[in-house]
Design a protein around this ligand. Sequence first.
Ligand SMILES: O=C(O)[C@@H](O)C(=O)COP(=O)(O)O
Ligand SMILES: [Zn+2]
Length: 214
Amino acid sequence: MTPYDDEKAARALLVRTARSLFTRGLTHCSTGNLSVRLAGGSLLLTPTGSSLGTVEEAELSLTDLTGRHLDGPRPTKEAFLHAAFYRARPSAHAVVHLHSTHATAVSCLDGVDPANALPPLTAYYAMRVGTLPLLPYHAPGDSSLEPLAERTARGHHAILLANHGPVIADATLEKAADAIEELEETAKLHPLLQGHATRPLTPEQAAALAPNPS
Ligand SMILES: O=C(O)[C@@H](O)C(=O)COP(=O)(O)O
Ligand SMILES: [Zn+2]
């Protein structure tokens, strides 16, 4: 089952979501990229170099499940990463990557636990994001990250790219956008609590709320 069997509607949703994320300050300039998996298996992605604030429905790119360009303008340079998530997570139909400020700040901190970059401070974070592995620094578009990204995505729908930003896959674009926004909110709380005795959710409390696999 795919939520995106109507390509025209998927194009409209992708552009609407991109605008919403951009206008609410969740990414800036020409950073970030979005995609959905269409019925038939091809991927509809934002093109490279575009701003999520101004990208148009007719400017979207199509690739196959390996990230190979099929049609439209050249896809985001992270097409390989989006494709890796879709291969790893058959129930995922959307991927969002942003340079949201606070999550990106966490990706630049020294001493972050690479297995889980942020603690489950709130129930909503545990529900929407779960654990957040930090992948080692690679330059944007460096496809040598692909095997590690695909392996990690088999067990996690959210990852943080070191010195770069978050990537989240989910069953729908609405869910992926919600989850990445929730991640940004927890990344804001995290420094506010530094120096304060803090009680994150216990592992059992967090596990009870963990997101369904998608
Ligand atoms: O950080 C980067 O350069 C990319 O990951 C990015 O966010 C925007 O690149 P394109 O999607 O190729 O425009
Ligand atoms: Zn980026």
